[in-house]
Design a protein around this ligand. Sequence first.
Ligand code: AMP
Ligand code: MG
Length: 479
Amino acid sequence: MKFSNLKLKTPYLELEPPFYTKVEPTPLKNPFLISASQDAAKLLGVDEDLNLDEKLVDIINGSLKLEGSETFAMCYSGHQFGHFAGRLGDGRAINLGKVNGWNLQVKGAGLTEYSRQGDGRAVLRSSIREYLLSEAMYGLGISTTRALALIGSDTDVPRKRWEKGAIVLRLSPTWVRFGTFEYFNSTGEHSKLKTLADYVIEESFPHLKGVESAYLKMYAEIVKNTASTIASWQSVGFNHGVMNTDNMSIDGRTIDYGPFAFLDDYKKENICNETDRDGQYRFSNQPATAHWNLERLAVALSPIINYDEMDEILDDIFRPMLEKEYNKIMQAKMGLEKEDEDDKDLLYQLLRSLEMASVDYTLFFRKLSRFNGDKSPILDICINREYLEKWLDMYESRLAKEDLAIKKRHEKMLAVNPKYILKNHILQEAIEKAQADDFSMIDDLLTVAYKPFDEHLDLEYLTKPVPMSSKNLKLSCSS
Ligand code: AMP
Ligand code: MG
């Protein structure tokens, strides 16, 4: 199947306005393909080379439509930095329709009913970040929206300076957000909450169709999925940066890549978003923020589901599940298979030691995956060696309780501790090259994004140390 021969359906349009408004994309000038993901295309049932599909760029750019496609923008609201923001909606993303369970959306495709003060565009810089991170999170095994292709253009877009406009074709099983429910609660259109809940069950939780207390169970699923995604963020050191409720997917997957960062040196209180003055969305606060966002969702759903029952579910499930999943991943990252009552303390001590040692989070675990009793390869990457020296003594005694042969333990740890993480400094290098019309790094980064646990000997340059001046940088929301 060729991408341009896909036939789309538009089930969301059955909900009727005000769930969405129909809108035509505004094409960019002189569009060109920068990168396409054959891996993401497979999700749609596409097996022919995207690079040879002469209609791909025009379809993404909106000058050509796939069969069955009817374009629309979705309405939602949300809490931004703790405050209800009123009606938001897709201000620059336009939905094309759905195939094989995946909804296609072009981000940066022009003005919509919901653009407010915005220009409906996305710049090359932020589009490269979204394109690569969608695929990198997938490669890391983290629940996420996907990206099929990235196009560039000659259209000038004003930001702090003039930048070029770009479009990412994104895919998701759902584009409904916590904020979609919040919108219909805020307008008092409570019957629409039911319509939306039925749609979400059909689209994201079909096993709940016709089940007793289906809405409450839907809420429980959302809580579980969110807990699970946040556990994986915390374990890999991912800081989302803008956890507004409009950026929370209703099926719990990672969505809307803005000023995110992977931790460079382990820094619990890392803030990656320049706008986040109080550190509300700092790394350590992500679990609490997700909990707070789930409370906002419960409030929005309260006209159709008993609030106290949702609150009980949230209390019973969220923290225990997040902790359990996080601890499980961290045990695997440390190569520990047996359960030991002191393991929680061992992990706590590790995180404290990492913070004091000033050491790269990803590199530390990769080095630990080859630990054979010789501490120096690990201590050599620390600015302050003494903290991890003590911890490694504890770790060595703990390892003595394990049965696994050292070689096997190394293999298992290397399969869960990534070598390649798309940190901001390396993304920035790729962006600067792309802005000078050299797109070569994007496909290199895509290659390692899919296989972050493998060695890629010809792509070693992508793991070079983060320069001191680029460590734990804050990024602007401007995109
Ligand atoms: P974000 O911070 O990217 O999650 O966006 C928050 C809201 O602002 C969403 O409703 C976006 O659609 C909208 N938005 C962000 N950038 C633009 C833009 N350049 N033009 C129109 N709307 C935008
Ligand atoms: Mg958003």
